[in-house]
Design a protein around this ligand. Structure first.
Ligand code: ATP
Length: 208
């Protein structure tokens, strides 16, 4: 079930709620009070209540939230309950690091295809995934791949995005330092680590 008209700001916070819930579930906590939950998130309880109320998740007075149930509800809101499949393009240092990161699975997402243009990498296996030739990116069509992860150098990013979209991908996590042009129905989230670092230095205390 998909819900509509949930503000973007709320959608941005939902994965944070999932992360906190994952931690609680790992600790064996079946419930969490709204106060404790807010404390974990460094957020205020009314904001959390409002966010969750968009999809009818209300805690039980005096008990709080059922951790597993709430996790499942947020997964459903984000469409993660259908275990979305992702294709990663660019098996360089960053792509390799992402593939090793166990965090994706915890949220219900799976990288199930890898593409690269380097003949030395094509045919190699990473985990149980065989690296495919980027020239065959169109074969993704019909493989039910809804997400794409771009870890190729910036000059190749747009072309890869276009091909991913043509193959049916509707969500792109872009690590290339490049502003992608995409049709309206496609959502792109760009993560430029170097740019974030450049921004961060502004907040450092200045030496006198
Ligand atoms: P390496 O030196 O192992 O290639 P890297 O992280 O320094 O790693 P980058 O130049 O950033 O490499 O490229 C990232 C990956 O993207 C590489 O594996 C490269 O082969 C691949 N790549 C580059 N251009 C394309 C393209 N057009 N299509 C698919 N993959 C590409």
């Amino acid at each position: 079930m998909r819900y509509h008209k949930i503000p973007d700001e709320t959608i941005k916070r939902l994965p944070r709620y999932m992360r906190a819930l994952l931690l609680l579930i790992k600790e064996g906590r079946e419930t969490v009070s709204s106060g404790k939950f807010a404390e974990l998130l460094r957020a205020n309880p009314p904001q959390i209540r409002k966010d969750l109320s968009y999809f009818g998740a209300f805690g039980t007075p005096g008990v709080g939230y059922d951790t597993k149930r709430l996790f499942g509800q947020i997964q459903a809101i984000l469409g993660l309950d259908s275990t979305p499949k992702a294709a990663l393009v660019g098996l360089g240092n960053l792509g390799t690091a992402l593939l090793k990161y166990p965090g994706f699975k915890a949220y219900g997402m799976h990288i199930t295809a890898i593409f690269d243009s380097n003949p030395e990498k094509i045919g190699e296996t990473v985990g149980d995934i065989k690296v495919e030739n980027v020239l065959e990116l169109s074969t993704l069509k019909g493989r039910n791949m809804s997400l794409g992860i771009i870890t190729v150098p910036a000059p190749a990013a747009q072309e890869i995005a276009d091909q991913l979209i043509a193959a049916g991908v509707n969500g792109i996590l872009n690590f290339a330092p490049y502003y992608l042009k995409v049709p309206e129905h496609v959502k792109v989230i760009t993560i430029d680590i170097a740019m974030e670092l450049a921004r961060l230095t502004y907040y450092l205390p200045t030496k006198t």
